[in-house]
Design a protein around this ligand. Structure first.
Ligand SMILES: [Zn+2]
Length: 177
């Protein structure tokens, strides 16, 4: 997947490897849902992809996606949070709710919407298809993506418990390969 990058430096030595990590990636993002690449060129001609929303005809159905931020707290205040900027597939009804409230100054009060992750991330278990809640935030901010706190998936555990600076460095390296 195509990546956007925002970087920063750790201020202190790493508690895991005792090095000072620099040029750490603080935000990694996918420019489209993974299935964007799977549809035919003909279908993609009728599709719509903006930085925030994707409408994708797929085998006679219309699929709806929204980009959000899945945040992981980091044990260094300067580098927290680490952000996965990724896509969530939502129902047509949910997309209608999102569209209705898009320019609403009070849109952060919109009820959370259900969806499933639409990108594969570098974890030992698949992330595409994981159920999530999408929480709309104020204008100018991407919605927050929340995994179930009870989930035993590695990504859900990292969202619940947070990650170390060392892990931030590791994630950046995983995706540079
Ligand atoms: Zn380290």
């Amino acid at each position: 997947m195509a990546m956007a990058r925002v970087t920063g430096d750790a201020l202190t030595l790493c508690s895991v490897c005792n090095r000072r990590h620099t040029n750490l990636t603080r935000l990694l993002g996918a420019s489209a849902p993974d299935d964007w690449l799977a549809v035919s060129n003909g279908e993609r001609l009728e599709a719509e992809l903006t930085p925030d929303v994707c409408i994708l005809p797929d085998s006679g159905l219309i699929r709806h996606f929204i980009r959000g931020h899945l945040q992981l707290a980091v044990d260094d205040m300067e580098l927290s949070p680490f952000v996965w900027s990724i896509w969530v597939e939502v129902s047509e009804d949910s997309m209608r709710v999102i569209a209705q409230h898009w320019s609403d100054p009070n849109r952060a009060a919109t009820r959370p919407l259900e969806g499933v992750l639409a990108n594969e991330l570098p974890y030992s278990e698949p992330t595409k298809g994981l159920p999530v809640e999408v929480h709309t935030r104020d204008m100018g901010q991407a919605p927050l993506i929340m995994l179930s706190r009870g989930s035993t998936h590695g990504l859900a555990i990292e969202q619940r418990d947070g990650i170390t600076v060392h892990r931030v460095a590791e994630l950046g390296e995983l995706l540079q390969r």
